[in-house]
Design a protein around this ligand. Sequence first.
Ligand code: DMJ
Length: 432
Amino acid sequence: GGLRGATVIDALDTLYIMELEEEFQEAKQWVEKSFDLNVNGEASLFEVNIRYIGGLLATYYLTGEEVFKSKALELGEKLLPAFNTPTGIPRGVINLGRQGTSSQHGMSWSWGWASAGSSILAEFGTLHLEFLHLSQLSGNPVFAEKATQPCLSSLSQVMNIRRVLSRVEKPQGLYPNFLSPVTGSWVQHHVSIGGLGDSFYEYLIKSWLMSDKKDSEAKKMYDDALEAIEKHLVKKSAGGLTYIAEWRGGILDHKMGHLACFSGGMIALGAEHAAEERRQRHMELAAEITSTCHESYTRSDTKLGPEAFRFDAGSEAMATRLSERYYILRPEVVESYMYLWRLTHDPKYRHWGWEVVQALEKHCRVEAGFSGIRDVYTTTPSHDNMQQSFFLAETLKYLYLLFCEDDVLSLEDWVFNTEAHPLPINHTDFKA
Ligand code: DMJ
């Protein structure tokens, strides 16, 4: 029931960067003529933000074409009612139906599966980059001061989220994944750098980078969070592989999701700018995690990695459950290869990336595009017949950038949102 055209919008900037002019024009026309923002149905605040708003903003910045900016702003406005909660922490789901045509217009609610009506850290914690740009582009200079009128300002919304998070007590410095939008307290003590937590950490360090290193509050929150992660979650397996475990109320779950593999790239990116004593340690940690994620690929028969892999009961970097053996064209491992390549120029990252290109060709290419596979441990894989939109937005873009010169979307000038949409670093007038 949600918005249509995720693949078209998620792919726009990739088409543009790859100079696929004809396909780009076709996609642009679709945005101009057929993109309907007023869909009466369930839409995820997080997915709309990272895929649609991120994709439209990036394409606007790359091309300067107004249509992308105006659609991004329109969509951003439509998300604001989700923040109308006692704490200002948004709920996860919103109805985008047009006012007057839908009784549910602007209504928001929590995911049915989320613990006791809670909001999810990786969802409400992954709005900052896009919302800062929405605020700047809307040209309204009073946005930053509108904190008392929560529905009017996208910047004040995300600054408020940060305020709630910096105030709430964190068990051993860690951020649990579920928070009540009503009370502002944690609902459950599950901590993960993978699914449900992941991009919250990513947006802290990237907020600082995007502000041209002026947003020191974000940098401090990132540094403190990473310190707690290093202390409590980073482990080494019997076979010498470094991994980041999950934490359930104090008990470690020795598992890493494919999603958690983005952290190699994130930690490397942060290390680049860290104080001397941390720089080397974090660079090593980033390289070790990326190497562990590479192991999860090489230990499979298809050379693609499973959805989750474990370090227990004699297993090392392999899925132990049938339900975790699938690969849905996710980008996180090649994303880390791209960052590590750019930051170290160690050729192994290009080799590893090329292994993925070959495996994708061999096992995922189907008549109409690319498909996920149900089991990475068999070379006669069964396809799931889905091409996730992040395959075009992220997986192919990161692979392409891995083999480009460093000045194509230079890390000096751009940060990638969590869906790999590039947003420009504000080299001039950051205000928050
Ligand atoms: C993407 O939509 C984003 O990278 C998100 O942060 C996590 N999951 C998918 C890709 O796996």
